[in-house]
Each structure stands twice: as C-alpha cells, then as structure tokens.
Design a protein. Structure first.
Length: 338
C-alpha cells in the first residue's frame, strides 16, 4: 500500500514506468501535481534520465506528463519539454497524443522562449516520422516566425524543426522558400545549415522552387561554414540539372580552397556541382546519391552534431543556457545555482 496523499518519489515512479505499470504511474503523476516545485523537478529529471534508455516504456504516459507543460513553475515546464525531446528522438510515436499541447506551448507568446524552442524541437522529431501530425499551417507559421527570435539557441531549435518538417514531407514548405531564404544570413552557423538543408530538401521534390532563393543561396558560396557551402553547391547542382532557367553553377571558384584541402562533405558536393554544370539538364540519378531526400536524411544529424556545442547536461535547468565544461557555481544568465 502507498500513501495516496504523498507525492511519489523519483525511484518509485521510475520503477512503475520501467515496469510499465502505467495505471499506477498515471496516479502518481496526478499526485505529483500537488507536490512542491523542487519535488516536481526532481521527479521529471529522473524520468528524463530513464527516457534516455527506455523510451518505449513511456507509451501511454504522454498525456499525463503533458500537464506539466502548463506548470506554474518555469523550470518544471522546461524540464518537461526536454523530456518530450528525449522521447521524440527515438520514439516519436510516444508523443503523438500531445502534439496539440506542444503546439500550444510553441504558439504562446508569453511562454519562456526555451520552452517554446524545446517544444518546436519535439515537433520536428515527430514530423520526421509522422509528417501529417505536424502539418497544420498554424504550426508551420509559428516555426517560421520564431526564426526572428533574438536568442540564437532558440532559433537553432526552430530551424532544426523546420528542416525535419521538410524531411518528413517536402511538399509542406514548398510555398515558404522565399521567407525561409531570408534567414540564410543568420549569425548562427547552425541556423544557416538547417535552413539551407531545408531548402535543398524542398528542391529534391520541387526544384523549380529553389530558383526563388538563388540569390540568397549564391551568397552562401562564401559562407565560413563548409557545411553551408556544401549544401549550397548541392542546391545549385540540382538547379543546373533542372529546366528552371539556371543553366550553370555560379562562381564555384569563390569557394577558396582546392578539393584536396576541403572537408569531404564540401569536396563531394563541389565535385557534384562541377560535374553537373558541365552537363546541364543531365537526366538520371544524382551522382553518388547526392541531391536526394534519403541522402540528406541519413547524414544531417551527424553534421549538426559536428557544428553544435555540447547539449543536455551542460544546460542550465532554469533558463536553458549552454554552460561551459565544469559547470560554474552560478548560471551567468539567470543567476541560479548549479
């Protein structure tokens, strides 16, 4: 017997979830709502740790967990949003029942922007495997508008979500090429990479749309990031292979390096673009599997991992700031003890 008036301990709730005793786990989560904020955070952090190993154990618990997305405590909401990110990375189906709740957090202009960013990130992972569930025009508009946030960490999550929406269904963003291209000069390398990748994905199915972003993409040939340069070369190769009026790949010599010194990601795409530009309107499959949704989808997460700073354990649990290794005793942004 358990004391129904007491909030659950982290260990008890973990045991219930791991043992897939979902009825009792839901009852414990209901009691957790009455606990103090520190207790709620401790339990949710423990659940996030379990989710890193046993995502499928959470099937059927998403609705009960989603109540904490509306918690009065900002840190509780952020911890819950991070928990959903962890679940969606490997088991996006687990969070399908709460897509509307996540979309509501994203759309709330009064919500803490890191909660909005993590909600967007979760929706992006869902869109990869279940594109119809994240295809409402309102959700897509909130993702695109969110790219205007001032916080780079937030824009990076939103840009990744947009890329994943495109990978899940290139059709959904084909009318957004011009507005997305406006963010190709963002200060964040990761934002530029995700948006450029989203545009190339759209171009895989709707190459004619890439011509709307040709000028903005041309400016990325001299980008400081070899990954952005590589995606740009890939985009122009696709345009050169099409019948939309871009007959040659422009200014490839602006990429200031010889092939032997380029990172392989960039070198492969420059060779691809040069080959195609010498044989415009080439038909057939893209050389080396480039210029396809499948090739982009299989490698984009690894590339983003090389670009981005370490995540997760080095984040302030209160405001989401990436902290340096060793974790300072106090967060430099919000002042919370670590």
């Amino acid at each position: 017997m358990t004391d129904s008036g007491q909030p659950p301990s982290p260990d008890r709730l973990i045991n219930l979830v791991a043992g897939e005793d979902h009825e009792e786990a839901v009852a414990c989560l209901d009691r957790l709502n009455a606990a103090d904020a520190d207790a709620r955070k401790r339990v949710l952090r423990a659940l996030r740790g379990l989710a890193e190993e046993c995502q499928s154990s959470f099937d059927g618990l998403a609705v009960a967990l989603a109540t904490f997305l509306n918690d009065d405590d900002r840190a509780v909401r952020l911890t819950t949003a991070k928990l959903f990110v962890t679940l969606a990375q490997s088991e996006p189906g687990v969070v399908l029942p709460v897509v509307e709740s996540l979309a509501a957090r994203l759309a709330d202009n009064e919500e803490f922007y890191y909660v909005r960013a993590r909600s967007a990130e979760t929706l992006g992972y869902v869109a990869l495997e279940h594109p119809k569930e994240v295809s409402e025009p309102e959700i897509l508009a909130d993702l695109r508008v969110g790219l205007s946030f001032d916080e780079p960490e937030v824009k990076e999550k939103l840009a990744k979500a947009i890329e994943y929406v495109a990978l899940g269904n290139p059709d959904r963003l084909r009318h957004q090429v011009t507005s997305l291209a406006e963010h190709l000069d963002d200060e964040s390398e990761l934002v530029r990479y995700h948006i450029c990748t989203a545009l190339v994905v759209i171009g895989c199915e709707h190459t004619e749309r890439l011509s709307e972003a040709a000028d903005a993409l041309g400016n990325r040939l001299t980008d400081e990031s070899p990954y952005v340069q590589g995606r740009t070369a890939e985009a122009f190769a696709m345009l050169a292979r099409s019948d939309v009026g871009v007959d040659t790949v422009p200014d490839l010599d602006r990429i200031d390096s010889v092939d032997d010194e380029m990172p392989s990601f960039l070198a492969d795409r420059v060779r691809f673009a040069r080959r195609v530009s010498q044989d415009c309107h080439h038909s057939g499959a893209a050389p080396e599997g480039l210029g396809t949704v499948e090739s982009i989808r299989s490698g984009t997460a690894d590339i983003a991992g090389e670009i981005t700073a370490p995540d997760g354990d080095n984040e302030c649990p209160h405001c989401g700031l990436d902290l340096p290794d060793g974790r300072p005793p106090m967060c430099p942004r919000c002042g919370a003890p670590q």
